[in-house]
Design a protein around this ligand. Structure first.
Ligand code: SAM
Ligand code: SF4
Length: 332
């Protein structure tokens, strides 16, 4: 009954966006004036629950909630509380989220109580002014209080940093030291060509993780770690401190063969590959019947179309394979 795609990959990981809205406007993710979806198009909290429960019945063991900013969705803790029954039954092995951290001060303890044990917090700089510049609307102090609350609540925190040339390049060692001090994992993400985000020059922002790695190697002895999670992350260990640092290079094709994941947007579109436009609608079957059978058939059919890999390519110094949708649509 498990979900197996045409390339014999078992689909065990669902990333679900619960909103397209956000309280930040990060320059690489959104334009300043975003038009958001009408509320009727969004899956309700009950529909999100039914959808996830179906995926879990079909073999999904890991669920990551994302957005937009997942914690600005009204009533979202009801959804997290609901998912905890699948953790209790053992069907779901991990419930987690990716957040900008702005609401963690408020929700960290509740998330822990719902069974969340790890959170990814996206944070690109430790400089207040630069933080305001990159997020347009964000306040660093609020996020730092959120990170603190998460750690105090017992959550394991991973910091995700988008690598941006001429921006956080100079903070590489400070950010690494901050994470090491607080016992947080750290992962750098290569910036991806996503969505129409206004006048930003994304090629100009691009900082290759090979270069970043080279900078780290000037100060530390790096050892490649074999850990793979079926995703695009690779890890190195810093010999002098033992710190583990991850690199996510979504533009390379190096992980497609072990891809175990699908993404569902807040309107119930399933994307089976981050780098391809191919999608199927799950909201129709979800709303068409109170029974879950049509939904489960639609999930199986969509996974039957999962492509082998994706087409991003920066090598020709143009935005080859650029996707028209925003990261906040599929949740990254
Ligand atoms: N709002 C939450 C957050 O920021 O963590 C969750 C959604 S956000 C779209 C998920 C991740 O995508 C964040 O780590 C963000 O930095 C990353 N992201 C957004 N736009 C990106 C881009 N163009 N290239 C690479 N990463 C991007
Ligand atoms: Fe919001 Fe996350 Fe996109 Fe930033 S990266 S604008 S926090 S959704």
């Amino acid at each position: 009954m498990a979900l197996i795609d045409p390339f014999q990959r078992a689909i065990t990981y669902l990333r679900l966006s619960v909103t397209d809205r956000c309280d930040f406007r990060c320059v690489y993710c959104m334009s300043e004036n975003m038009t958001f979806l009408p509320k009727k198009d969004l899956l309700t909290l009950e529909e999100l629950d039914r959808l996830c429960s179906s995926f879990i019945r079909l073999g999904v063991e890991k669920l990551r909630i994302t957005g937009g900013e997942p914690l600005v969705r009204r009533g979202i803790m009801t959804f997290f509380d609901g998912m905890s029954r699948h953790l209790d039954s053992g069907a779901l092995k991990e419930l987690t989220l990716t957040t900008n951290g702005s609401q963690l001060e408020k929700y960290a303890a509740d998330l822990y109580a719902a069974g969340v044990r790890r959170v990814n917090v996206s944070l690109d700089t430790l400089d207040e002014a630069k933080f305001a510049e990159i997020t347009r609307w964000g306040r660093l102090a609020q996020v730092l209080r959120g990170v603190d609350a998460a750690l105090k609540a017992g959550l394991k925190v991973k910091i995700n940093v988008v690598a941006l040339k001429d921006f956080n390049e100079v903070e590489l060692f400070d950010i690494a030291a901050w994470c090491a001090d607080l016992g947080m994992d750290l992962t750098f993400i290569e910036v991806m060509p996503m969505g129409d985000i206004g006048n930003e020059n994304r090629l100009g922002q691009y900082w290759s993780l090979d270069d970043l790695r080279g900078s780290l190697a000037e100060r530390f002895t790096l050892t490649d770690l074999p850990d793979r999670t079926g995703g695009p992350a690779r890890y190195v260990k810093l010999g002098e401190t033992g710190q583990r640092i991850g690199f996510i290079t979504p533009l390379s094709h190096n992980f497609c063969e072990s891809c175990n994941r699908v993404r569902v947007t807040c309107t119930g579109e399933i994307y089976t590959c981050l780098g391809q436009e191919g999608k199927s609608d799950l909201r129709g079957p979800l709303r068409a019947s109170e029974a879950d059978a049509p939904l489960e058939d639609a999930i199986r059919a969509a996974i039957g179309l999962k492509p082998k890999g994706h087409d991003f390519d920066y090598s020709r110094q143009e935005l080859g394979g650029q996707m028209s949708r925003h990261m906040s649509h599929t949740g990254g």
